[in-house]
Design a protein. Structure first.
Length: 213
């Protein structure tokens, strides 16, 4: 479905709420990505093997997909804000005021794709506390990412169903969501599998440390 015709439809109060909500989702995406990458990088100081490298590549692919949604959200917020402000100015809409443009930072990722290998240091110094924290952080990242994407989709569809914002920019974001949702779902499934492998390795190393092997 796309934009067809010469109609521009804006419901000021609903569009304003939509803009504020999308701004919030941008921050959620950035905070979530920063948190998992920092945690993953900390773990890499003491653990680097095939599972870690594999997870890095999945996280990297996920960051690219999430980053695309983020950038389209930024565009959508800018376009919606400009149209909202111009619309109420032209229409002299009662009870509505212009929205100040929000400076949304660029999407940043520390991760890069890497060749999967099996590395052994002469003195392997695996920090099990860091590994445990990472496992929990990864679980939270997966759940948060799925929730954020679902909320973006639901709110985007809701304003469309209500006919509160009819414009080409609205459909552009919808098309991007359609393209990347499947890849993100696939990557989340892969991350769950990788995190389960990490959890099993953690449990075996913990047993070794406690003398139960």
């Amino acid at each position: 479905m796309g934009f067809n015709g010469n109609r521009l439809i804006i419901n000021p109060s609903k569009l304003q709420n939509y803009i504020i909500s999308m701004q919030k989702h941008c921050k959620e995406i950035q905070d979530s990505q920063t948190a998992i990458e920092s945690n993953f990088k900390l773990l890499g100081n003491s653990w680097d093997d095939k599972i870690y490298d594999l997870t890095n590549n999945i996280l990297y692919d996920t960051a690219k997909s999430v980053g695309r949604i983020y950038e389209e959200l930024r565009k959508s917020i800018v376009n919606a804000t400009e149209q909202y402000n111009e619309y109420i100015s032209i229409q002299e809409y009662p009870g509505q005021h212009t929205i100040a443009g929000k400076n949304i930072s660029e999407f940043l990722t520390q991760l890069r794709g890497k060749e999967v290998g099996n590395k052994f240091n002469e003195n392997n110094n695996t920090n099990l506390d860091d590994m445990q924290k990472y496992i929990l952080a990864m679980q939270k990242y997966i759940e948060d990412t799925e929730k954020i994407v679902k909320n973006i989709r639901n709110e985007h569809e809701q304003i469309g169903r209500e006919g509160a914002w009819v414009a080409p920019q609205y459909y552009q974001l919808g098309n991007v969501l359609n393209e990347v949702e499947k890849s993100i779902a696939r990557q989340m499934s892969c991350l769950r599998d990788a995190n389960e492998l990490t959890r099993r390795k953690y449990e075996r190393l913990r047993q070794l440390l406690d003398g139960n092997i």
